[in-house]
Design a protein around this ligand. Sequence first.
Ligand code: GDD
Ligand code: MN
Length: 367
Amino acid sequence: MVSFPDFAPADLTVVVPCYDEAPNVGPMVEALTRALAGWRWEVVFVDDNSPDGTAAVAREIARRDPRVRVIKRVGRRGLSSAVIEGAMSSSARVVAVMDGDLQHDESVLPEMARRILAGEADIVVASRHLAGGSAAGLNGKWRHALSRNGIRLAQTVLPARLTDPMSGFFAVRRDVFEAAAPKLVGTGFKILLELVLSVPETVRVTEIPAVFRPRLAGESKLSPVIMLQFAGMLAERLCGGWLPTRFVVFALVGLIGVIVNIVAMEIGRGMGLGFKNAQILGTACAILANFQLNNRLTYHDRRLRGSRWLPGLAVFVTGCALGNIANIGVAQVIFAADGHHWTRSSAIGALIGVVWNYAIASTLVWR
Ligand code: GDD
Ligand code: MN
C-alpha cells in the first residue's frame, strides 16, 4: 500500500463557477481560508475561458496553494454545467457550491458541511429568506420582484418546501450529487432546483439562513436568455421531461420564421417584385432569421461563432431543404390516403418537417 503521509485529502470541495471574476478570485481564496480554518478543504474554480483571464489568475494562486484547483472549459458556457463539472471533479465527502463574486457569506460553510458530515442532512441550502438571512445584495426593485416570483414558480414544481429554491449557495453529499448527475439537464442558472428535483424522496434537504451580499466587483451575468432557460427548465419538469424544451423553442422559432417569411414577401411585393422573387426573398429571410434565433436562443450553449458560423448555416440550409421535401412528400401521401383532408395532411407533414429539422439541427449543426 502506498501512503502519502504529508497529504491531507479534502473533506469538503467548494465549487466556484466563475466568469469574468478575475479581481474576485484572490479575495475569495482568502475568505475561504479564514472561514474554513481547521478544515480539510479545497476549492475548484470552474471558468469558461473568461476574456478577463480569470483562469490565469486562479492558476497563479494554485501554483502556490495546493488547495486551489482550476477547471478551464473552452467552447462552452453556463453556470449549471460548470457546477456539475466542478462537483464531478471532487472526491471529497461534501461538495459546496458558491458564487465567485463574494456575494455569498462563506462563514456559514462550516455549519453546512458539519450537518452533512454528521448525517443530519444530505443537502443544505443557504437561504436568504429564513429568519437571519437576507437578500439585501440583490440590486434594484425589479431583481427582488423577479426573485420572489421565480421562487413562487419554483415552489409549484418542488417536492420539498424550500424558502429559497433559487439559491446558488448550497452543500450536498457528493455521492448524492453523483447519483443525480445523469438526470441534470445543466442549462441555465438554477442547478440547486434541478438537483432537488432529481434526487430520490429519501434525500433530506434542510436550509440555513445566510446573507446575500452586494456585488463589489464585476457584474451579474443574469440575462433575459437565462430567464427563458429557467422557464424552459420548469416547463420541461412540469411535463415530466418527455417534451424537451429545446424542441419547443425550436418549434416556436420556426413559427417566427413563418411570420418573417410573410412580412419579407410583402415588403418585396411593395418594392415591385414578382411572386417568385418575393417568395425567394421571403424564404431567404426566414431561413436566416431562424438560423440566427436558433443560434442565439435554442442552442445558446452551443453557439456557433467566427469561422464555424458559415459552415453551420450551410448545413442548416441543406438539412432543412431536405426536411421540407420530406414534409411535402409525406403530406401528399397522407392527403391521398386520408380522403383528401387538407388541414390534417399538411399539419402532419409540417410536424414531420419540424421533427426532421430539429434532428438535423441538434445533431449536425449545433453538436
Ligand atoms: N463558469 C461559469 N460560466 N460561471 C458563470 C457563468 C458561466 O456561464 N455565468 C455566471 N457564472 C458565475 C459568476 O461568475 C458568479 O460567480 C456566479 O456564477 C453567479 O453569477 P452572477 O452573475 O453573479 O449571478 P447573480 O448574482 O445575478 O445570481 C446569483 O444569485 C441568484 C439568486 O438571486 C446566483 O447565485 C444565482 O445562482 C442565484 O440564484
Ligand atoms: Mn452574483
